[in-house]
Every structure is written in C-alpha cells, then in structure tokens.
Design a protein around this ligand. Structure first.
Ligand code: SOE
Length: 387
C-alpha cells in the first residue's frame, strides 16, 4: 500500500469540488499511484459553509484561515482552488513552509506575482504544479505525439478558440470573476490561459502577440456578501465590470508558426467550447473539448481516394491514462482530466520531480497574458517578458 499525503485544500466551490473528486478517485483507478491522497483539511472563510462542503466532499477537518492550514505540520500538499488574488500569498507561504503546491490556473493575477511564486517553489525545493488540466486529455496527448513524431510535418497554423456564454444576461451579477482585483482579468486569464498553455504544450514558445480585449456589459448588479454566499443587494445597486468579456490576439511562435486565439464569454450557444486546429505541411489536427474523446486528423500520406479528415476515438487502453478507466469506446469526461493531473502530481511529489505544467509553465503563460494586455493598450506587437 502506497504511502499517504495529507492534502489541505483552500477553496470549496466549483474547482474545490472538481479537485476533491480527483483526490477521491485517483487511488481507486490508479492503484499504482505512488502517494495516496488523504482528504485531510478543507479551508474556507465561512465556517458553516466550509463544514457543509467538507461533509459533502469527504474532508476530515476544516480550517477558516489558510495561514493556520499552512502552519499545520500534518499537511504535506496545499491545493489552491481560490480566486486569483490569493494564489500568490498562499503559494509563497506554503512553499516557504515546505509544502508542495498545486495551484489553479492562471497561476497569478500579475506577471510579478507569478515570478515570485515560481522563485518561491524553486527556492524551497518543493513541487509546484499548475492545473492546466486539458494537457491530460488523452486526445490532446495524441495530438502532441503526432506533432512530435512529425506526422503533420512543419507546423504553419495554430487556431484556437475558447468560447462560453454564461454571463451574457445583463442581470448576471458582478461576481469575483468580473472584478480585476479578484480575478486579474476576465476571459483572457480564465479561458485564454488554457489555449495559451495548450499552444505552448503543442507548438512551443510564443515570440510576440498583438491583441485586443473588449467589455460588452460595463455595469452589473452588485451582490451583497451573505453568510455562505452572495445575495442580490437591495435595490438595483450597480457596479463596474473591470475585466474583459472577450479577448482576441494573434501570435508569432518561435518555431515560425503563426497563431490566432479567441476567448469570450459572449458566444451565445457555446457552453465550454475549447477547440484548436493545427495545420502542418503534411496534415492537420482538430480538437474540440465538447467532443473530448475524439481527435480529427488528416494526413497527406493517406491514399488520395480516402484522404480527408477522419475522427479517431481516443479511448483504447494504449492511450495515456485510458487503461485506468473502461474498455474502448466507454468514453471519459471533463472530470477525468483532473484525476489524470492529480495522479501525475502525486507521482511527481513521490519522485521529487515536478510534472508539467510547472510554475515556470504558469509564469510563461502569465507572460503571454501580460503581453496581450500591453499590446491592447499600446496597439502594437509585444514580446512576452519571460525573464
Ligand atoms: C469557467 O470559465 C471555467 O470553470 C474555467 O475557470 C475553467 O478553467 C475551465 O476549465 C472551465 O470553465
């Protein structure tokens, strides 16, 4: 039986729920995982709400102050599933306390914070991993293998969109994701970060960008903080939206490819449409998260009479992670990408190696986000400040 590691999770809403599920599932489906996670302590500011979440999600204890959580010597891994403004203080304190750190994306709200976080985990010699979970979709892993094996030749184009539509109602309230102080940015950092990370995974570094951001709805109803959540403030008090609703940018890659990126929460009818297309000299690849078990491929060396896009169902046991689940064709879902990520995190901690996406990956993604914002204001091409 593998050794265990006690996890302290800060945040218990959407991402906290997805992370809790991954910790619960990982050792059942990957029995060879080198460390078995114990859902030890769940941390949140509101004691009643976090206790209820702990009961529902299977956590043993609760804390209401992340500093107290980090001070405990019975916690080995700190998982940060909070809004972006708390990523840096929690991660830096955790690393300095010798805890491994698993942080939701994007790594930080600013490039400077991301650099401090990366330096902190490197100084402490602890594992620091960012939850860019789409790296561990088997179909994305197949895309990477096809590219790395040269199956589509020289890469010319990267074309990616990440489209949602959950805030198009003007009455949707001013939640934290719509406030720059809390979230750092809007769709750019929330959704754009994912397609930037996938671009870096599949094509390599981005040399320069030129972009724009836009906020379609500039004022929204303010919510009053209530115990355990938010409720509409009395009357129609309105507040300023201080982040982007949409972000579009072009990129030049170091490998000579060119790229287009679009992230928005105003694509009516698109629920979670994260899709990329890669065109090479010998073929093309298309991925769509809403059909995440499939990869569309086209190879020049197919016989002419059958040459065209074909759909590969990426569920055979030969594909990464798939041997843990079900027989071919019994498809997996969004939540499985978190279990894959946690499995590699735990194996990394056990072996003393940091799996990708490392905090340096997170920093490089943040540098691209920062460059898009600077490009938007300067209306010029900008090189990410990686150093
Ligand atoms: C909301 O936009 C969100 O939950 C993102 O924050 C996640 O990173 C993405 O995977 C799904 O959509």
């Amino acid at each position: 039986m593998a050794e265990t590691i006690n996890v302290g999770l800060v945040g218990y809403k959407f991402m906290g729920k997805a992370h809790s599920n991954a910790y619960r599932q990982v050792a059942h489906f990957f029995p060879d995982v080198a460390l078995r996670p114990v859902l030890h302590t769940l941390c949140g500011r509101d004691r009643n709400a976090v206790q209820q979440a702990a009961n529902e999600l299977g956590w043993q204890e609760v804390e209401t102050d992340w500093r107290a959580l980090i001070a405990r010597d019975d916690i080995g891994l700190i998982d940060i599933s909070t809004p972006g403004d708390s990523h840096a203080p929690i991660a830096i304190a955790a690393a300095e306390a010798g805890k491994h750190v698993f942080c939701e994306k994007p790594l930080a709200n600013t490039l400077d914070e991301a650099r401090q976080m990366r330096d902190a985990v490197q100084r402490a010699g602890v594992v620091g991993m960012v939850n860019f979970n789409y790296r561990r979709v088997p179909a994305v892993q197949l895309a990477k293998r096809l590219i790395d094996d040269g199956r589509i030749g020289q890469i010319y184009h990267w074309r990616a969109v990440y489209l949602q539509d959950w805030i198009m109602d003007p009455n949707f309230p001013l939640v934290w994701r719509l406030q720059k102080d809390a979230a750092g940015s809007g769709t750019l950092g929330d959704l754009g970060a994912h397609i930037i990370d996938l671009a870096r995974l599949l094509l390599g570094e981005i040399e320069s960008v030129t972009g724009l951001t836009n906020t379609f709805i500039k004022q929204r109803p303010v919510l009053a903080e209530t115990t355990g959540g938010l409720a509409a403030a009395g009357g129609t008090q309105m507040g300023e939206v201080t982040v982007d609703d949409a972000a579009l940018f072009l990129a030049r890659f170091s490998n000579g490819a060119v790229g287009s990126f679009e992230a928005t929460r105003f694509a009516k009818g698109r629920a979670n449409y994260n899709s990329f297309e890669i065109n090479g000299s010998k073929g093309s690849i298309v991925f769509n998260l809403e059909r995440m078990n499939e990869l569309q491929v086209l190879f020049d060396d197919d016989a002419a009479d059958v040459r065209g896009f074909r759909t590969v169902l990426v569920t055979d046991a030969s594909h990464p992670y798939m041997q843990a689940w079900w027989p071919a064709g019994h498809i997996i879902g969004w939540e499985h990408t978190f279990t894959h990520t946690v499995r590699d995190l735990l194996n990394g901690i056990a072996s003393g190696t940091t799996p990708d996406a490392t905090f340096d990956d997170g920093l490089r993604c943040q540098a691209v986000l920062d460059a898009v914002v600077r490009s938007d204001s300067s209306r010029s091409w900008v090189a990410p400040a990686y150093e």
